[in-house]
Structure formats: structure tokens, C-alpha cells
Design a protein around this ligand. Structure first.
Ligand code: HPA
Length: 301
């Protein structure tokens, strides 16, 4: 009996403790005067938004206690604190992916730290492959729902002992993407004249790093996904668990190969980065426009 208990205890030690997140938050606070209410996770090629922040404090991940380090080309690895359209923000320039070898607890580590810093709203962006045939490369998809493929098969960042200080054991995900922020995004895109490029859809997270086979692309479409990528859902699950509002965007950087006829259209990382550069400015402008119209937290007034 004691042996079995011991086995459980050893496994439990693998999970990050509240004190670890708290230690990181406490280390970060004196590094900046910013007290962010908004966190922005910049996806592949979308880190430019962090350059637009005013009164910036830049902190490389390598200096931050307990933070993982990024390894992907096109991703930097730093937190940028600053003000954007009147909102105190923290941007992740570079995020963590399971395909880099990080576990789901490392991938989502920053989100809980942000919540302890006082963040109330999370904006997530990513590069994604289009599954919906009506989407074009360069479209921006407002994420209305997700399929957390790693989570569905048991690799969920909320697996393990639940810490009630963050949230409940069985959190709801049917309202993960905030409807009011989605409406504001739609309205802002129309005002900015990019409504024609703004789609809405379901994002499916897969583990990667392989792009989808034809059969996989077709299967994901059949499951109801409009776009597929290798990030975001895990961070959103943890953000919702600790009560953050979430707004998400996918930049459609390529069309997923869906039949033998178009199998010469091979997905590749270079193509993804080119599409990002072309439309990234519009997505950055859209996020800024949304923040400009988003009410400030009453505590900031
Ligand atoms: N599949 C998965 N992830 C991606 C893709 C894709 O086609 N494009 C950009 N990220």
C-alpha cells in the first residue's frame, strides 16, 4: 500500500506547483513598472506587435526563473512589457510548443504566471493551415472554438492534481472564446477595411511537427475544424481555467493538402513565414484597433 502511495507521490512531483508560478511572478514584478491586464502571445512571424509597445521592458526568457526556452526559427524568446493603445500589456515574443519537446505544463507555464501578475485578458495569435476550402492564404481567422487534440487523448495541461487557487477541477470550455471580444474584433476589422479577409472558424491543435498527411487533413475537416496548427489550445485551456477572457486569431499561411490532386502543394515552413510577413501588419493593426476600443480595466482609471 505504501509502495503504491509512493508511486503516486513521485508522479505528483512532476507537476508545477503554485509556488513555482508565484516565484516567477514575484521575480518579474520588480523588473518593470508595468502592471499588465492584457497578455498577448505572438505566434510564428507575428512578434512584430511587441515592437509597437511603448515604455518597453524586455526580459529574455533565459533570465526568468522557471521559464522554458524557445528553439524555433522565426520565434524570439522574450517577454515584452509595455503599453499598447492605453493598455498595460505583456507580450510573449516566442511561445513554447510540445513538438520542441516541452511538456504541456511547460507550454502553458507563462499563462498562470500572467494571471498571478494580474492579467485578465489573453490575446493569442498563431499561424495555421487552412482546412476550410473557402479560406485563402493570408486570411485571418477569428477563433470561435477549438479542438484540443492533445487534450482529447489525455495530454491536457490540467491533468494532475487540481489547484483550486487557479480554478475548478472540471472547467467549462464551451465558452472559451469571448463573444463580446469576437464581436469587437469583427466590427474593428470592418472599420479597418479588412472585413473581407476576416473569417471565423474552429481551430484544431495537433502535436506536430509534421504537417498533415492528406488523410489527416481530410479527417480534421470532417471533425469540423477550419484551420489546423501546433499551438494555442493548451494555453487557452489554462487561461480559461484561471478565469482569463480569451480572444484568438489564426493567420492562414497555407492551404492544407486535402486530395491527391493538390499533393504537389507541399506545406513548408518557408511558405508559412512568407505569408506571415505579408499579412502580419494587418493582424497587428487589428489587435491594436481592438485594444483601442476595449474598455480599460476599472482599476487602471
Ligand atoms: N498544419 C499545421 N500547423 C501549421 C500549418 C499546417 O498546415 N501551417 C502553419 N502551421
Amino acid at each position: 500500500m505504501q509502495g503504491r502511495f509512493h508511486t503516486f507521490h513521485t508522479k505528483a512531483l512532476m507537476y508545477t506547483s503554485y509556488e513555482d508560478y508565484e516565484a516567477t511572478a514575484k521575480w518579474l514584478l520588480p523588473q518593470t513598472e508595468q502592471r499588465p491586464k492584457v497578455a498577448i502571445i505572438c505566434g510564428s512571424g507575428l512578434g512584430g506587435l511587441a515592437e509597437k509597445l511603448e515604455n518597453r521592458d524586455v526580459i529574455p526568457y533565459r533570465d526568468i526563473p522557471n521559464f522554458p526556452q524557445t528553439t524555433v526559427e522565426g520565434h524570439q524568446g522574450q517577454l515584452v512589457f509595455g503599453t499598447l493603445e492605453g493598455h498595460q500589456c505583456v507580450c510573449m515574443q516566442g511561445r513554447f510548443h510540445t513538438y520542441e519537446g516541452f511538456d504541456v505544463y511547460q507550454v502553458t507555464y507563462p499563462v498562470r504566471v500572467f494571471s498571478l501578475l494580474g492579467v485578465r485578458t489573453l490575446v493569442v495569435t498563431n499561424a495555421a493551415g487552412g482546412l476550410n476550402s473557402s479560406f485563402s492564404v493570408g486570411d485571418i481567422m477569428l477563433i470561435k472554438d477549438h479542438i484540443n487534440m492533445p487534450g482529447l487523448v489525455g495530454n491536457n495541461p490540467l491533468c494532475g492534481p487540481n489547484d483550486d487557487r487557479f480554478g475548478v477541477r472540471f472547467p467549462c470550455m464551451s465558452d472559451a472564446y469571448d463573444r463580446d471580444l469576437m464581436a469587437l474584433a469583427q466590427q474593428t476589422a470592418e472599420e479597418q477595411g479588412i472585413g473581407a479577409f476576416l473569417q471565423q472558424g474552429v481551430y484544431c491543435m495537433v502535436g506536430g511537427p509534421t504537417y498533415e498527411s492528406i488523410a489527416e487533413g481530410r479527417a480534421l475537416r470532417t471533425l469540423g475544424a477550419d484551420a489546423v496548427g501546433m499551438s494555442t489550445a493548451l494555453e487557452v485551456v489554462v487561461a480559461r481555467h484561471c478565469g482569463l477572457r480569451v480572444l484568438g486569431f489564426s493567420l492562414i499561411t497555407n492551404k492544407v493538402v486535402m486530395s491527391d490532386d493538390d499533393s504537389t502543394l507541399k506545406a513548408n515552413h518557408a511558405e508559412v513565414l512568407v505569408a506571415c510577413n505579408n499579412r502580419a501588419q494587418d493582424l497587428q493593426g487589428l489587435v491594436r484597433g481592438i485594444l483601442a476600443q476595449m474598455p480599460l480595466d476599472p482599476e487602471d482609471l
